[in-house]
Design a protein around this ligand. Structure first.
Ligand SMILES: [Zn+2]
Length: 174
């Protein structure tokens, strides 16, 4: 192999590091709460119960980002026992999580996620959610995949007692 090629492979190996992370989150759906999903307020008869705004999608993405960098989870960095985070906009937690992975030397390659809830239908809001996340994380909309499914009326999600989100994030060293 030519020396110059060996040199570039060596540089590539030293500088390119990819890490994958996974996050999952659940919240109860209750009356007299707002429903925030992916940083967007969605009109519905119920909303997510939690210490913060209880944004299930943003929490799953935060955990996936932090997990990829082996930095714990949002409960470690933003404890629900702290009044600082009471009813906090989860877009702030997303930005703070991004700051943590950025300080650790990583940038986001792409996000894939799935929301799991019976109602309301969130598909019409997905472009808006993608835009919000793209703005906070300074990445392209085409790098943010958001899917939605139901549990076919089974279990607590099927009974509309709660909702879930799953997210996978790929990071690359800067
Ligand atoms: Zn949560």
């Amino acid at each position: 192999m030519p020396l110059v090629k060996i040199f570039f492979i060596d540089i590539y190996r030293k500088n390119m590091s990819f890490r994958i992370g996974f996050g999952v989150d659940f919240h109860q759906l209750v009356t007299e709460r707002e429903l925030w999903i992916g940083g967007v307020k969605i009109p519905h008869s119920k909303g997510s119960l939690g210490h913060s705004d209880a944004d299930v999608l943003l929490h799953a993405i935060c955990d996936a980002m932090l997990g990829a960098a082996c930095l714990g989870d949002i409960g470690v960095h933003f404890p629900d026992t702290s009044s600082e985070f009471k009813n906090i906009d989860s877009k702030i937690l997303l930005k703070k999580s991004w700051d943590l992975i950025s300080d650790a030397g990583y940038k986001i390659v792409n996000i894939d996620s799935t929301l799991c809830l019976e109602l309301p239908k969130v598909k019409p809001y997905i472009p808006q959610i993608q835009q919000v996340i793209a703005t906070v994380l300074a990445i392209k909309i085409s790098d943010i995949s958001i899917k939605a499914t139901t549990t076919e009326k089974m279990g607590f999600i099927g009974r509309e007692e709660g909702l879930a989100a799953y997210a996978t994030v790929l990071l690359e060293s800067k």
